[in-house]
Ligand binder design. Structure first.
Ligand SMILES: [Zn+2]
Length: 206
């Protein structure tokens, strides 16, 4: 059972500074981070000049991390899809990634795989949102970092007003991870409920 808003808030406040703030996450240093402080005022960065797109990791199926380590963190799989967790726990209660078993990008899916993706996305969102204390499971495909299809499923805690909308992604980097036993129990629940529809739950080391 994911932590309640009160449990998350108490845990965060216990490690925050005297003003209740947590350290800035590393994303604040990224080139693509759009804000900066200018003369003490928060401002949007200037739009960088055009330049050619950088190659994505695994472009053309070469040196693809998802293909090379297909079993990493997998909690559920069928013959064409796998669902995995991140290599480390993060600030939101659950962050999952759905990958195609084959090296494909989203526009590469044929109609059969596209239809399966739609069904799976709904099932994953349903199962994650059924977890106690989870209000929403945000679903997003970005794909600017790696070519191999990977869809993000990001659960946010109910009743925490800061963590709403697209900024839940930033809070995932800001908040300290929750208890490992809670995380593993929720992973197992999601995997087992998905397997009740199709595929197989993959047991993870406790
Ligand atoms: Zn791949």
């Amino acid at each position: 059972m994911a932590e309640s808003a009160e449990q998350v808030h108490a845990r965060v406040m216990a490690v925050a500074d005297e003003r209740g703030r947590l350290p800035l996450p590393s994303v604040a240093q990224w080139d693509v981070f759009p804000w900066e402080v200018v003369d003490g005022v928060l401002a949007a960065k200037p739009l960088a000049a055009p330049r050619p797109e950088e190659p994505r990791e695994g472009a053309g199926g070469v040196d693809c991390g998802a293909c090379a380590d297909a079993g990493r963190g997998v909690i559920w799989a069928n013959d064409r899809w796998r669902l995995r967790h991140l290599s480390e726990r993060s600030g939101l209660p659950l962050v999952l990634i759905l990958e195609s078993a084959e090296h494909l990008d989203l526009p590469d899916l044929d109609d059969t795989l596209a239809a399966e993706y739609g069904v799976l996305a709904v099932r994953i969102a349903r199962v994650v949102e059924d977890l106690p204390h989870v209000a929403r499971c945000h679903v997003q495909r970005i794909g600017d970092g790696a070519e191999h299809l990977h869809i993000w499923f990001m659960a946010r805690t109910a009743d925490l007003p800061s963590i709403r909308g697209s900024f839940a992604v930033d809070w995932d980097d800001i908040l300290p991870p929750g208890p490992e036993d809670v995380w593993r129990a929720d992973l197992a629940t999601v995997a087992q409920r998905l397997a009740s529809y199709d595929g197989r739950a993959v047991a993870r080391d406790a």
